[in-house]
Design a binder for this molecule. Structure first.
Ligand SMILES: C[S@@+](CC[C@H](N)C(=O)[O-])C[C@H]1O[C@@H](n2cnc3c(N)ncnc32)[C@H](O)[C@@H]1O
Length: 258
């Protein structure tokens, strides 16, 4: 089923609601992906993030933008979903965070060449129709020696079973809207690597993200949610994603502009 990006407009008011599906990104995924990006910056690359001009491509409701802003980065977030941008702005104001939010798409960024120290694009690359254009634009606005962080979903048999069948399609277990993801748009690491190399983004690391629970527990938790016994917040809290060598479904990594 083709991906339906307008669902971010329809669900915009739910970005920060712990019992709604978009907030699962914050509860289940942020701890693993953000702590990885933070460790890369602070410990591996010894970078002081304070004041670094940082672009969030496909920021949605600002779930990750607020994490980078709290780290001290000077964050700009862009997203095609106007209602999501409105929610992100309101939430940042409520939290006292100075984040700039603008509507826009990754394929055509309205910023000058080499204007950012860091760009990240998380859980977005598998939603775009022109991956090459998005990576080219990210590389263009990134300064030399700047950092690019990402996470996305691999196009494998495993991702078809987990991300499509289990989470979107099978009546007994689905928790996500049916057209949230289109398997055909998922991105193989080799494809991402080829686009990055073509635009002077040198891949430094890649890691998988896997649930910290075994498949049976995962299935049981999803069934409890479906039966109305367990709220989504609890499911998300109990199914945390963790860094792994297994890149067959979700994966994340970073590159440096050379
Ligand atoms: C799964 S959400 C991820 C939100 C956020 N990055 C996060 O991880 O919390 C995907 C986001 O990508 C946005 N999006 C879809 N197509 C896009 C495009 N071509 N360029 C930039 N963002 C896009 C959607 O509007 C949505 O907010």
């Amino acid at each position: 089923m083709p991906t339906d990006n307008e669902l971010y407009d329809r669900l915009a008011s739910t970005w920060w609601d712990e019992n709604e599906v978009l907030n699962v990104l914050r509860i289940s995924l942020n701890p693993a992906r953000f702590s990885y990006f933070r460790t890369v910056l602070l410990e591996q690359e010894k970078i002081d993030p304070g004041g670094k001009k940082t672009l969030d491509v496909g920021c949605g409701g600002g779930l990750l933008a607020e994490e980078f802003a709290r780290l001290g980065c000077n964050v700009t977030g862009i997203d095609p979903s106007e209602p999501s941008i409105a929610v992100a702005k309101a939430h940042a104001t409520q939290e006292g965070l100075a984040i700039e939010y603008l509507t826009g798409v990754g394929e055509s960024l309205h910023f000058a060449d080499s204007s950012f120290d860091m760009v990240y694009c998380c859980d977005v690359l598998e939603h775009v129709n022109d991956l090459g254009a998005v990576i080219s634009e990210i590389a263009r606005v990134l300064k030399k020696d700047g950092f690019f962080f990402y996470d996305t979903i691999n196009r494998t048999f495993m991702s078809k079973i987990i991300s499509i069948k289990l989470l979107q399609e099978w009546k007994a277990t689905r928790v996500m809207p049916a057209n949230l993801h289109d398997w055909k748009l998922f991105v193989k690491p080799s494809e991402l690597q080829a686009h990055m190399s073509a635009h002077k983004l040198e891949q430094k690391e890649i890691f998988g993200l896997v649930p910290n629970t075994n498949p049976i527990t995962l299935f049981r938790l999803l069934r409890k949610y479906k039966r109305g016994v367990l709220p989504l917040k609890e499911v998300g809290t109990q199914i945390k994603l963790v860094k792994s060598k297994d890149t067959s479904n979700l994966y994340m990594g970073y590159a440096i502009k050379v």
